[in-house]
Design a protein around this ligand. Structure first.
Ligand code: AMP
Length: 214
């Protein structure tokens, strides 16, 4: 079982990269952010409890994240593995995830490298499908029809937490809590850093070359 973690700041393209990789590797893409937004739309207990955090770009408490994520990982379609985007975000989450998987999984980590300036520029132009969550970018990956998803024709929206003020605070949080994971996984020799300020096909191609045994 492969647990592939896509690590990087908001706007690095984790969702887009994971979307391509899940088709190539045939294992599901699990985004804790998307799971939380789904819970919020369905007005579940997790959705209601997490909204106050997600709207301000703050971390949702681990108890909610773990129960939501580990339920998802236990589902049948994850038997061969899973691709994680948005998790882990802290050392505690990383350690808990590895403990939960135990010896049955091989953990691999891809670190998407990008500058803060590029993140701010990208997120100002990011749109997401309100139904299937396919990400778009008005400059680098625009939809064929304005404000309409190419895949399911639903309306595209801007995420509430993509406004500049919230993005700045998400970047501060990333550097403080999530970037230490780069050293944590590097020391286990399971991390590869990939530059992501280039066409998505090149980024995915490099990641696949890291995953295939030489
Ligand atoms: P994302 O779509 O990954 O940018 O996540 C959107 C928001 O969901 C984040 O700003 C957090 O408020 C929350 N969130 C997502 N994943 C996690 C996590 N692993 N731990 C805590 N909060 C999370």
């Amino acid at each position: 079982m492969l647990a592939l973690i896509i690590l990087g700041p908001p706007g690095a393209g984790k969702g887009t990269v994971a979307h391509f990789l899940c088709q190539k590797l045939n294992i599901p893409h699990i985004s804790t952010g998307n799971l939380l937004r789904q819970h919020a739309r369905q007005n579940t207990e997790i959705g209601k409890a997490s909204l106050v955090y997600t709207e301000q770009g703050r971390f949702v408490p681990d108890k909610l994240i773990f129960s939501m994520l580990f339920d998802r990982i236990e589902q049948k379609d994850c038997q061969k593995g899973h691709i994680l985007d948005g998790f882990p975000r802290t050392l505690v989450q990383a350690e808990t995830h590895q403990r939960q998987l135990g010896k049955r999984s091989k953990v691999m980590v891809i670190h998407l490298n990008i500058t803060d300036q590029e993140v701010i520029k990208r997120l100002a132009h990011r749109l997401v499908c309100s139904a299937c969550h396919t990400p778009y970018n008005l400059i680098t990956a625009p939809p064929k029809i304005a404000m309409t998803c190419d895949r399911c024709l639903s309306k595209l929206t801007q995420r509430a937490d993509d406004c500049e003020e919230v993005v700045m605070s998400r970047l501060v949080t990333y550097h403080k809590h999530t970037s230490p994971l780069i050293a944590y996984y590097s020391m286990q020799n399971i991390l590869k850093t990939v530059a992501c300020n280039r066409p998505i096909k090149e980024v995915v191609g490099e990641i696949l070359s890291h995953l295939s045994p030489t």
